[in-house]
Design a protein around this ligand. Structure first.
Ligand code: ADP
Ligand code: MG
Length: 448
C-alpha cells in the first residue's frame, strides 16, 4: 500500500516525502487503517519492520484532523521501556512535526526534573516517555491526562513486565477519558503475559499480527557456537569479531560489569569499542549512543537496555556473549541488525551456563539451531543432559520387592555423559557442570 492511499492529512504526506518513503511496510498497511478508524489495537510484526511510523502517523493524523478533548492536556502519550528508545522515538516524532504548530516533549528518567516540569507547563500535544518519570510528574500534578486521546505502548510486552506494570496502570487510570484509544506494539506480543493488562487497558482491540508465530527473520542469519568456559568464549568472540568485516556491532552481556570488561578487551583487539549500561550517568549514556549512531566507534557492548527498538542502520552484527534469560529478548537483541530490508548476522555463544536459556530460546522460536565450529577452537561441550524426571515409586510391598530385584549395581557417570548432544528436548532442569563461568552478580538493567 502506498502512503498516499491512507487518506492522510497533506502535512503528513509531506513529512513522509521528506523521509523518502513511498510504500508502506506490511505492518503499516495493516495497522494504520485500524488505528485511523479509532480502534484499540494489538499489533505485532518482526523487528525492523516499521512499527514506529505505524503508530506515529495515525497519532499525527488524529491530532491534525480532530479537535482536542482538552485544551491543556497532552493528546498523545507514547510509552517506551528505555531512555535510549525514548530519545529515538522522540527524534522521529520531531522530524514528523517539523514545521507544524504542534509541540512535543521527552520525559525520561536521568534528566532534570524541573526542566521537564517547565516544559510540561507549556502544554505539549505529544509526550514520549519512560513510564516511571511520567508517573512522578503525575504525582506532582505537573501534568494531567484526563484529556488524553491516544495512549501508545511501544515494546508493549516489555512495558507490562514486572517493574513497569504498576506505572503503566497508574498512567492508564489517570487517562480515563472514554474516547481514549490505546495501541500496543511489539515484535513479541503473544508470548508473554500481556493479555491480563491488555484486557484492562484495551477495549475490544483489533489484532494485527504479521508473520506466523516466530517465523525466521529472513534478513538475519543466526550462528551458534558452543563454548567450554569463559576463556574459550572470549577466544571465539575474538575470532568472530576480528576475522570479518564489521560495519558496526552490538555485543550483549548479562551483567553491567561485563560490559566494561569486554569493551576493554575488544578495544585491545583493535576495534573502537564503548560500553553502555544503566550505571552510567545519563550524560554518559547519551554520549555513547549519539556517537555510536554517528558511526564514531565500531562495537557497542551493552546489557539489555540496548535490546529493544534501537534502529541503527549500520549495525551489521549482533553478538550474544551471554544468552538472555528471557527468550523474547533473543528476538529483540538479534533484531538490532537486519533492519528495513538490510541483511545482518547474529552470533550466539553458548556455554554450559547458557544452555538452559538456549533450549528455552529454541523452544520459544520452535526452531533448532545447528552449531558452527572454528578450526582450532573446537568445543568439548556438546550440551547438557536433561535431568531425569523424578520417578514416582509405587510403594506397595510387591512393587518394592520387584524393584529391588531388578536394581542394577550403581554406575559412576563418566565425564562424557554429563554432556550430551543437543538434539534432545526437555530443558526444564539441567545439572550444571562445575562452575567455570562466573555467576552474574549484577543483572541487566532497565529504566522504569
Ligand atoms: P520496528 O519498530 O518495527 O523495529 P522501526 O520503526 O524502528 O522498526 O523501523 C525500522 C527502519 O525502517 C527505520 O529505519 C525506518 O525509518 C525504516 N522504515 C519505516 N517505514 C518504512 C517504509 N515504509 N519504507 C522504508 N523504510 C521504512
Ligand atoms: Mg520499534
Amino acid at each position: 500500500m502506498l502512503f498516499k492511499d491512507f487518506g492522510f492529512d497533506n502535512r503528513i504526506l509531506k513529512s513522509i516525502d521528506h523521509l523518502g518513503f513511498e510504500e508502506a511496510t506490511e505492518i503499516q498497511s495493516r495497522a494504520i487503517p485500524e488505528a485511523l478508524a479509532g480502534r484499540d489495537l494489538l499489533a505485532s510484526s518482526k523487528t525492523g519492520s516499521g512499527k514506529t511510523l505505524a503508530y506515529l502517523l495515525p497519532a499525527l493524523h488524529r491530532v491534525y484532523k480532530t479537535r482536542a478533548l482538552s485544551k491543556r492536556d497532552p493528546r498523545v502519550v507514547v510509552l517506551v521501556p528505555t531512555r535510549e528508545l525514548a530519545k529515538q522515538v522522540y527524534g522521529q516524532l520531531r522530524l514528523l512535526l517539523a514545521g507544524s504548530r504542534y509541540t512535543s516533549i521527552l520525559i525520561q528518567g536521568g534528566e532534570n526534573f524541573n526542566d521537564q516540569h517547565k516544559q510540561l507547563q507549556k502544554d505539549p500535544h505529544f509526550i514520549v516517555a519512560t513510564p516511571g518519570r511520567l508517573v512522578d510528574h503525575l504525582k506532582q500534578r505537573h501534568v494531567f491526562l484526563e484529556g488524553l486521546e491516544l495512549l501508545i505502548l511501544d515494546e508493549a510486552d516489555r512495558m507490562l513486565d514486572l517493574g513497569f506494570a504498576e506505572a503503566v496502570r497508574a498512567i492508564n487510570s489517570a487517562a480515563s477519558h472514554r474516547l481514549r484509544q490505546t495501541l500496543f506494539f511489539s515484535a513479541t506480543l503473544d508470548n508473554t503475559d500481556v493479555s491480563e493488562i491488555a484486557s484492562e487497558l484495551l477495549k475490544e482491540p483489533s489484532r494485527v499480527a504479521i508473520g506466523q508465530g516466530y517465523d525466521e527473520h529472513k534478513d538475519i542469519e543466526q550462528h551458534v557456537y558452543l563454548c567450554d568456559h569463559l576463556d574459550h568464549k572470549q577466544d571465539i568472540l575474538k575470532q568472530l569479531i576480528t576475522g570479518q568485516t564489521i560495519k558496526q556491532a552490538i555485543v550483549f552481556t548479562a551483567t553491567k560489569s561485563d560490559t566494561a570488561r569486554l569493551a576493554e578487551m575488544i578495544e585491545g583487539w583493535g576495534l573502537k569499542t564503548q560500553a553502555l549500561n544503566g550505571n552510567l550517568s545519563q550524560a554518559a549514556r547519551n554520549k555513547v549512543m549519539e556517537s555510536f549512531a554517528k558511526g564514531q566507534f565500531t562495537v557497542l557492548v551493552s546489557t539489555d537496555i540496548a535490546s529493544r527498538g534501537l534502529d541503527i542502520a549500520s549495525v551489521s552484527h549482533v553478538f550474544n556473549f551471554d544468552l538472555p534469560k528471557q527468550a523474547e529478548e533473543f528476538v529483540h537483541r538479534t533484531g538490532r541488525t537486519g533492519r528495513a530490508g538490510f541483511k545482518g548476522d547474529a552470533y550466539s555463544l553458548v556455554g554450559p551456563k547458557d544452555w538452559h536459556n538456549f533450549k528455552a530460546i529454541e523452544a520459544f522460536l520452535q526452531r533448532k539451531f545447528d552449531s558452527d565450529v572454528i578450526e582450532g577452537l573446537e568445543p568439548k561441550f556438546k550440551g547438557l543432559a536433561p535431568a531425569k524426571p523424578a520417578r514416582k515409586f509405587d510403594k506397595t510391598p510387591v512393587a518394592t520387592k520387584a524393584r529391588k530385584a531388578t536394581k542394577k549395581a550403581p554406575r559412576k557417570a563418566s565425564g562424557k555423559e554429563r554432556f550430551h548432544d543437543n538434539k534432545q528436548d526437555g530443558f526444564e532442569a539441567f545439572k550444571l557442570p562445575p562452575k567455570r563461568f562466573p555467576t552474574p552478580t549484577d543483572t541487566g538493567d532497565e529504566d522504569a
